[in-house]
Design a protein around this ligand. Sequence first.
Ligand SMILES: C[C@@H]1O[C@@H](OC[C@H]2O[C@@H](Oc3cc4c(O)cc(O)cc4[o+]c3-c3ccc(O)c(O)c3)[C@H](O)[C@@H](O)[C@@H]2O)[C@H](O)[C@H](O)[C@H]1O
Ligand SMILES: O=c1ccn([C@@H]2O[C@H](COP(=O)(O)OP(=O)(O)O[C@H]3OC[C@@H](O)[C@H](O)[C@H]3O)[C@@H](O)[C@H]2O)c(=O)[nH]1
Length: 449
Amino acid sequence: MFPWFAVGHITPYLHLSNELAKRGHKISFFLPRKALILLENLNLHPNLITFHPLTVPSVATLPPGTETASDIPFSDSPFLAAAMDLTRPQLEVSLQAMRPDFIFYDLAHWIPQVARPLGIRTVCYNVVSAAAIAIVLVPAREVTQGKPCTEEELEKPPRGYPSKTVVLRGSEARSLIFISLPSGDNITFHGRGTTAMRECDAIALRTCQEIERDFCAYISSQYGKAVFLTGPVLPEPDMKMLDEKWAEWLGQFKPGSVVFCAFGSQHVLEKGQFQELLLGFETTGLPFLVALRPPIGTNSVEEAFPKGFEERVRGRGVVHGGWVQQPLILSHPSVGCFVNHCGFGSMWESLLGDCQIVMVPHLPDQILHTRLLADELKVGVEVEREESGWFSKESFCRAIESVMDEESEVGLLVKKNHAKWRKVLVSPNFMTDYIDRFIQNLQELQMKN
Ligand SMILES: C[C@@H]1O[C@@H](OC[C@H]2O[C@@H](Oc3cc4c(O)cc(O)cc4[o+]c3-c3ccc(O)c(O)c3)[C@H](O)[C@@H](O)[C@@H]2O)[C@H](O)[C@H](O)[C@H]1O
Ligand SMILES: O=c1ccn([C@@H]2O[C@H](COP(=O)(O)OP(=O)(O)O[C@H]3OC[C@@H](O)[C@H](O)[C@H]3O)[C@@H](O)[C@H]2O)c(=O)[nH]1
């Protein structure tokens, strides 16, 4: 396993590794040293899953010590991609010695060049939605190296893109410009993503037909190869592992009453937006647990609190400036609403849980995931932004109240739809059957010469 150096990628690769190991397969997992510390406890089969910490080479354009996407602003992602590419010699030496049957990778587009001569099969395993891939990372989206896409080009989905709902609206499309800019040396993000999928033996996606059938079919037709699906791949939460501190705090509130908020491993808010969000939570009058990193330019969340905030919400609101056990908090009976950025991991965790869903997307893939949930499946609501991109305290509060008010029409509708989808996704054997079929797909691929 060799995922992109981001917690939102390493985590789902580890969930898949656990499922493979559960069925007796042996896994070597390559990841930056720092990520290992955070994720080691998610390894449920240490006898079969071995971690291989990588030394992430220093790149002049990255802050010293950078190892994962959590360490840098989004704008530095291209330099982290360059650093990942420089780990190639480490991978080469290890693969030569190990000779695994398969290697799984995503943004390291050069893996097939290394693996093919060694007879190792390559699986490009993507852990963002099929929709996000279909809208940009396909040959039908023409991108020329050295020529950034225009706004007009970005506004149009590629020919044959199968949805009119799961799209970026108006100025949102501008944020896709990054696909046509360098991502490491001499390659664009589009070049990286499409090479990775064109050159692999199999494309795999962390999704299911039931939700993303048309997008999967589109990707398959664009690349002229089968697309293997793993399903959502989420472990059963083990509530015994929830930190005593949170179990106790959450335990004081009525079932389904607490609003939990987290924005994944990369997103850091501007101070003004952070304060607006907290004021929005305050206005709801509901108990809340917010787990967000200190906003830009601050060293702690406390330092950025709005004036008098702490006293006003004492006893019902907690703001934690670090990492929490998100899947376990979401499964706590007191938690009734999940305000999240709709990273693909959080999207699955919210869909499989039974909290009401409120989305505040930031990156373009997160906007597409939000459209899928809010406009296609209608299982949650999106917080309204102003034209400038600003979320006001009123819009946060309105979105949360609209799903938490038991009388609200929107709240009842999303609850009903969510329950319907959840029933499908948690039905006995749904996830197991996906993994079993996926392994069968791999075994058939292995039979081919
Ligand atoms: C330069 C910065 O680039 C962007 O940040 C990189 C992040 O990319 C994430 O991965 C994807 C994002 C998107 C997206 O935003 C919209 C899409 O329609 C598609 C994708 O695809 C992918 C992706 C990732 C991996 C993979 O194998 C794929 O096949 C597709 C990644 O999750 C995250 O960790 C990166 O930080 C960013 O937009 C920023 O604005 C730019 O400055
Ligand atoms: O405090 C936290 C925050 C997050 N998490 C976990 O970290 C993971 C975060 O993954 P997400 O995909 O939701 O979000 P990230 O922003 O970290 O992901 C990244 O990769 C996936 C893409 O869709 C996102 O756009 C990209 O930012 C989730 O599994 C979540 O449960 C915690 O366990 N605790």
